[in-house]
Design a protein around this ligand. Structure first.
Ligand code: HAM
Length: 432
């Protein structure tokens, strides 16, 4: 019997995983520049952590949670997102003392029972950040600028930054009334999910993807006509700061984001390099959420980026190599010498591999060398051992470097540290 991975999950195999590591390392590097520290929370939580926060009327809570009862009778859920768990941990460990501003990031798997397709999975991975302790629009701009810089550094093409406001509570009360009135006249044109949304939380109608609902949604009033002075000036301030930093953005007045906790700023970043699932990053401000989870009134803002989508948007990255140098034994008499050389190279920090095991032929070792994609090869035969002269050969362009046994490690080390091989004609040189 062969067992397959669960639908909507994937194995990240060698060759791919190196791109993931690059994405993660680059996030860690960039976020550290802005004073963020990593937080790791469990992948499952008491279901209550998500119900009122992510929101009972959202698609995530209604349809997508991996919710189960464990053998102790606890109602648990595999985390569908990272924001409520981070705040749960922040409160549990009393992390926000005084007026401190806390900046966290997290990297890990999330789980949503969605219909899988390219870019949409049931287990996916997010890199997210949360900043707790300030309601300044400067911070909204700061996290937006940070994530844009990170994605650009990674080489993600065709980025679009979309911003909007979902305003404060007084604005939303007025807006909700207007929405209910506007939707009520068109209920027969809306799907059954929208009927429920209309009853429970009319703002959520904007999450609907059903084609036949779109004409009605396009006619609904805009939140921008209902903004309180506070919300209008918060949004204005955000625009000013983004503008003063020379950042391009578009306002999407209908973007509400599919989570209930947002207040004021919301934003998304899309990439033209992706298909239908083009949202790479989603985020926004969630003032009120910490208090709702039992803490003080601590404002917050954050975002999460989907790693699978970033990797897709990065497109044809070169496949990773398993080694810098592959050492091949010409025959049985040099197997020990090969293992000694591999050992010395590794000790010096060169990624080295060989396949001189179980009597493998030179040809079989050569195939293993090609599979490893190691750019450099060193064939060790009796002549090399006897003369103590070795030749490192770059496979891409047949560049050859000859050196003594003594200089072998230092030569290989400098090659390993060279920028990626640039096969521009062959050269032959004597070193050492
Ligand atoms: P979200 O928009 O639900 O926000 O997810 C953020 C990102 O996660 C999306 O833009 C997408 O890249 C990725 N993503 C979401 N669902 C899937 C899926 N099924 N398959 C693949 N990728 C997916 C949040 O999760 C909020 N917690 C973000 C946040 C943090 N807001 C404030 N702080």
């Amino acid at each position: 019997m062969t067992t397959k991975a669960i639908r909507g999950t994937q194995d990240i195999l060698p060759g791919q995983v190196e791109i993931w590591q690059r994405v993660e390392e680059s996030a860690r590097r960039t976020f550290a520049l802005y004073g963020f520290q990593e937080m790791r929370t469990p992948i499952f939580e008491h279901t209550a952590v998500f119900l009122k926060t992510t929101g009972e009327s959202t698609d995530i809570v209604q349809k997508q949670m991996y919710r189960f009862t464990d053998m102790g009778g606890n109602d648990l859920t595999l985390r569908p997102e990272g924001t409520p768990p981070v705040i749960r941990a922040y409160l549990e460990h009393q992390l926000g003392q005084g007026r401190s501003i806390e900046r966290y990031y997290y990297i890990g798997p999330m789980f949503r029972y969605e219909r899988p397709q390219q870019g949409r999975y049931r287990q996916f991975h997010q890199i997210g950040v949360e900043v707790l302790g300030t309601e300044s629009a400067h911070l909204d701009a700061e996290v937006i600028e940070m994530v844009m810089r990170w994605l650009r550094d990674l080489g993600v093409r065709d980025l679009r930054l979309l911003i909007n406001t979902v305003a404060d509570e007084p604005s939303r009360v007025a807006y909700r009334k207007a929405l209910v009135r506007a939707q009520a006249g068109h209920l027969d044109e809306l799907c059954s999910d929208c009927h429920r949304r209309h009853r429970e939380n009319p703002l959520r109608v904007f999450d609907c993807k059903v084609d036949t609902c779109q004409p009605v949604i396009a006619q609904l009033p805009s939140i921008h006509d209902y903004l309180s002075d506070t919300s209008a000036s918060h949004f204005e301030r955000l625009r000013e700061v983004l503008g003063s930093w020379g950042m391009d953005y578009e306002i999407d007045p209908r973007m509400v984001r599919g989570l209930d906790y947002y207040r004021e700023t919301v934003f998304e970043i899309t990439s033209g390099a992706l298909g239908a699932q083009d949202s790479l990053v989603g985020g926004g401000r969630y003032d009120g959420l910490v208090a709702q989870m039992g803490g003080r009134e601590v404002p917050g803002v954050g975002f999460a980026a989907g790693i699978e989508r970033i990797v897709l948007a990065m497109g044809g990255q070169p496949e990773a190599t398993a080694a810098d140098v592959f050492v091949v034994a010409f025959d049985d008499s040099t197997v020990s010498a090969v293992h000694t050389i591999v050992h010395q190279l590794r000790a010096a920090g060169v990624r080295a591999l060989c396949a001189a095991y179980d009597g493998r032929s030179k040809k079989a070792q050569g195939s293993a060398a090609r599979r490893s994609r190691a750019p450099w090869q060193l064939v060790v035969g009796p002549d090399e051992v006897q003369s103590d002269r070795y030749t490192l050969r770059r496979l891409a362009d047949d560049r050859r470097l000859e050196c003594s046994g003594e200089a072998l490690v230092s030569t290989a080390l400098s090659l390993a540290n060279e920028p990626a091989a640039n096969p521009t004609g062959s050269e032959s040189r004597n070193d050492g």
